[in-house]
Design a protein around this ligand. Structure first.
Ligand code: ADE
Length: 234
């Protein structure tokens, strides 16, 4: 039997997990053994009686920095020789995109490090081959929620997690476009009607309308994505 996709999280707030990952789609899949989660408390490798994990930044300045030796000890104790990608959640990282999510979901899982404070000592990033990943251009109070976002995005792509009817290919970001608008009953609501074409039964026409709407929304809301599409079709 092959092992399920596994997320191994390193955190100073391990009690935050599984959190929302224990509910709904990801939670059901977790109970069904379609993926696995282990959470490691970085503080178990802290220094001295108080299990210190951080110290003030060399060169001065505000905040605290997670010690390289502490984080390395935590990783080496449990993950030495583990070939899964080692991701460090950080607002300084490469922005997470659906293509990377797809790659990660197709692999064996990920080792995910959640920083708090000002960040982690730069030396451990290089020495342990950590890949810095950001979930967006804003700053969270810690990497835990970012890790949950990444895990959720991966888990829903694991075979068997979403039902067969769930639409993969047409979702926003799967094909470089935002998704077209959806409607359902009632046919008229607060004076607004469902676009006639969707009630026409003409599947070719419906597909064309959806494509045009997806392109319109992408141009309006995400000119960066629209530019890429244009380059790819030129
Ligand atoms: N930690 C704090 N902010 C973050 C962000 N935007 N992405 C990933 N990890 C973070």
């Amino acid at each position: 039997m092959t092992l399920p996709w596994r997320a191994s999280v390193f955190s100073l707030m391990p009690d935050m997990f599984p959190g929302p990952l224990g509910l709904s789609l990801s939670g059901d899949a977790l109970s069904r053994g379609l993926w696995a989660l282990d959470v490691n408390d970085i503080r178990n490798h802290g220094i001295g009686k108080h299990r210190n994990v951080d110290d003030s930044p060399a060169g001065g300045g505000p905040g605290m920095v997670i010690r390289a030796d502490v984080l390395a000890a935590a990783l080496d104790a449990d993950m030495a020789g583990d070939a899964r990608p080692r991701l460090l959640m950080s607002p300084r990282g490469k922005p997470l995109k659906q293509a990377r999510v797809r790659q990660l979901a197709q692999g064996d899982g990920a080792i995910i490090i959640c920083a708090r404070f000002e960040g982690v000592d730069e030396r451990v990033i290089a020495a342990r081959g950590l890949e810095e990943v950001s979930i967006g251009d804003y700053v969270l109070s810690g990497g835990e929620i970012a890790a949950m976002v990444l895990i959720d995005a991966c888990v829903r792509l694991i075979p068997g997690v979403m039902g067969k009817e769930a639409s993969g290919a047409e979702e926003s970001h799967e094909n470089g476009l935002l998704e077209y608008p959806h409607y359902t009953r009632p046919r008229e609501w607060e004076g607004m009607n469902i676009p006639e074409v969707l009630l026409s039964g003409d599947h070719a026409k419906i597909a064309r309308w959806r494509r045009e709407e997806a392109e319109r929304l992408t141009r309006e809301r995400r000119p960066d994505m629209a530019d890429k599409l244009r380059k790819n079709t030129d």
